[in-house]
Design a protein around this ligand. Structure first.
Ligand SMILES: CSC[C@H]1O[C@H](OP(=O)(O)O)[C@H](O)[C@@H]1O
Length: 375
């Protein structure tokens, strides 16, 4: 890594015009890591939706960025196909088409609010362009620029969260993290891992204990791989070891990401985060949640209202296609849980470090960033 302006070695998702005005969404297929590094080149919004649903791209911020790219791709494809059929397309027809694409993408995963925030932002830009009387081609350019801006803001937010969060890490600290909230979950240097990277870049010695994070193993497969790529020392542990190392006083702080944060500071994050938070509370170890303002859902007063994604049983009963549980066994597979704000030491966003009571600070510091830049 080079200093301060380091770029993560991993590149999660980006897009290019393919020459005839159509957008191609390129993405690292995270479902194949760490054994295979494979990039997908998607030319249809259906493919983008499938990639999000199948966790080929995953992590709240990058899901939002990918949704923006998917909607911009859909518009360029829609226009190109109608041009090929020599059909005129009005901006209103584009707006109607985008409403369908927004539904398609919005049905992929229910918990990460960034997905819905990005869809709403793209649809808001469409409405504004239509009201301004722009042509269809001008509207397509506006949407491509908006999708790109969402990604630029994500990169910038990660950098700021790294700078703010690094203040919470002392030289020689061992940090525990759960799931993957690193560069692989964003288009920048990550959320929960951004402070780790920034602390390492400012000369602090940081060691990361990585929860494997059953059942999809985002820790063992993704965070361990990512930290190795970035040259950060790590120790991989199983989820049920976290309390053991906390009790041994081996962990000085815990950094996790978030998929949705309610207005009172309750945090929805990968399943197992609540267990880590309770253990941290018992052992008086600070638990820091790192997330951009686009993850904060001020419309929800508490975490009780956050929808929790239930995923397929096979994620629990098989490992790489090998069955590890008896046939016909009953399975529960919630992909997220909610950590009450009382267990959250601080929430780090691109706007700074916020501590309890959260309701006012989150509203004061994060409302503007949920508005479309053009509003
Ligand atoms: C920086 S947000 C990452 C967040 O998303 C993960 O869930 P998933 O891998 O299912 O998309 C997990 O909750 C991480 O904390």
């Amino acid at each position: 890594m080079n200093d301060y302006n380091f770029d993560p070695k991993v590149r999660t998702v980006w897009w290019e015009d393919d020459g005839d005005g159509r957008a191609v969404v390129h993405m690292l297929d995270q479902s194949l890591l760490p054994q295979q590094v494979v990039y997908l080149h998607l030319t249809h919004e259906q493919q983008v939706a499938e990639a999000i649903a199948q966790l080929r791209v995953r992590g709240a911020p990058v899901i939002g960025v990918t949704a923006g790219f998917g909607m911009a791709l859909a518009v360029t494809r829609f226009l190109a196909e109608r041009d090929a059929d020599r059909l005129e397309t009005t901006p209103a027809e584009i707006e109607a088409h985008l409403a369908q694409v927004g539904q398609l993408l919005g049905q992929t995963r229910p918990t990460a609010v960034n997905l819905f925030w990005a869809i709403e932002r793209m649809q808001r830009s469409t409405r504004q362009a239509c009201q301004a009387g722009l042509s269809s081609q001008q509207l397509a350019e506006v949407l491509k620029a908006e999708a790109h801006q969402i990604a630029v803001e994500d990169v910038q937010a990660c950098w700021q969260m790294g700078l703010h969060g690094a203040e919470l890490i002392a030289d020689g600290d061992t940090i525990l993290t759960h799931c993957n909230a690193g560069a692989l979950a964003t288009t920048g240097i990550g959320t929960a891992l951004a402070p780790v990277y920034m602390a390492a870049h400012t000369g602090k010695h940081v060691h990361v204990f990585v929860d494997e994070t059953r059942p999809v193993l985002q820790g063992a497969r993704l965070t361990a791989w990512e930290l190795q790529q970035e040259g950060v020392p790590l120790t991989l542990i199983t989820d049920n070891m976290a309390g053991y190392f906390m009790r041994q006083k081996r962990i000085q702080a815990i950094f996790v990401g978030a998929d949705r944060i309610a207005a009172n500071g309750d945090v929805a994050n990968k399943i197992g985060t609540y267990s880590v938070a309770v253990l941290a509370h018992v052992h008086q170890i600070p638990l820091y949640v790192v997330a951009p303002c686009s993850t904060i859902d001020l419309a929800l007063l508490s975490g009780e209202q956050i929808p929790i994604e239930q995923r397929k049983a096979e994620e629990v009963t098989t490992l790489y296609g090998t069955r590890i549980a008896p046939m016909d066994v009953a399975v529960a597979n919630p992909a997220f849980d909610v950590t009450p704000h009382a267990y959250v030491t601080a929430i780090v966003t691109e706007k700074g470090i916020m501590r309890a009571p959260y309701t006012e600070t989150l509203r004061a510091r994060c409302m503007p960033s949920r508005q479309n830049k053009s509003e």
